[in-house]
Design a protein around this ligand. Structure first.
Ligand SMILES: [Zn+2]
Ligand SMILES: [Zn+2]
Length: 242
């Protein structure tokens, strides 16, 4: 018999597992999941929402309906979903992960993504995961691609193959956060290219990113993948700018 549970118990006694988000000791059996005070601080989207891009509506009496963005703009992706609005605790955690270089937050955040449950958005209908790529220069600055680290967790937990080389950011773009809606679209236009069309052709692809803002970035990625022969491209992100 393995002695691992004994050592685990001993270790937990001296070093109790800590919540990955707030650092407080947690009695959670899954040390990679947020504690009971952090989890309620993430407001997960629910109906009513836009069936296309997943954005939630404030009125709880409404039915699901297309949002103004989806009615007016071309959405090359099939469906997009985000776990929660980009506000409160998740903003703090994503910025520590992405800009603070705290790469270990990829695991608890990736687990939240992998745990996403939605009958209209089944993981079983996905053939391939593709993270939104970073330009090599930004990758060198940051040291890691946050979307790839998130996609790895989803791939492991949902047993879906991952490809992070087929799609490439061929042009360095300005950070989208500094730009207005129309500027964002222009900024990323033609910024992505598929290097190996045979890797994506005929596949149902799920694009993974951390934040969905106007959708300009994922839309450009989806266009490039569809042009290369992908069957369908859906999008899953942690958070959505309201
Ligand atoms: Zn916590
Ligand atoms: Zn929409």
């Amino acid at each position: 018999m393995s002695s691992a549970p004994f050592w685990r118990a001993l270790l937990d006694f001296f070093l109790p597992p800590k919540c990955p988000f707030c650092g407080n000791p947690t009695d959670s059996f899954s040390p990679d999941r947020p504690c009971v005070s952090c989890l309620p601080r993430i407001k997960f989207f629910s109906s009513p929402r836009c069936p296309r891009c997943g954005i939630g509506f404030p009125s709880t009496s409404d039915q699901d309906h297309l949002c103004s963005g989806c009615l007016s703009a071309e959405r090359p992706f099939g469906k997009a979903r985000s776990l929660c609005p980009y506000e409160g605790l998740i903003v703090e955690i994503i910025s520590r992960f992405k800009y603070g270089g705290v790469a270990r937050l990829a695991k608890p955040l990736g687990i939240l993504l992998a745990d996403y449950q939605d009958p209209e958005f089944p993981f079983s209908e996905i053939d391939l995961l593709i993270p939104v790529p970073l330009h090599t220069r930004r990758l060198r600055q940051r040291g890691f691609n946050q979307s790839l680290l998130l996609a790895r967790q989803v791939s492991q937990r949902r047993s879906i193959p991952l490809n992070f080389t087929a799609l490439r950011r061929s042009r360095q773009t300005q950070p989208q956060t500094q730009l207005s809606g129309p500027e964002r679209q222009k900024n990323v236009r033609g910024a992505f290219e598929v290097r190996t069309a045979e890797a994506v052709a005929g596949k149902r692809i799920l694009l993974i990113d951390d934040v969905f803002t106007t959708g300009a970035t994922v839309q450009e990625c989806a266009k490039a993948l569809l042009d290369a022969g992908a069957k369908r491209v859906d999008v899953l992100t942690l958070a959505r700018v309201p």
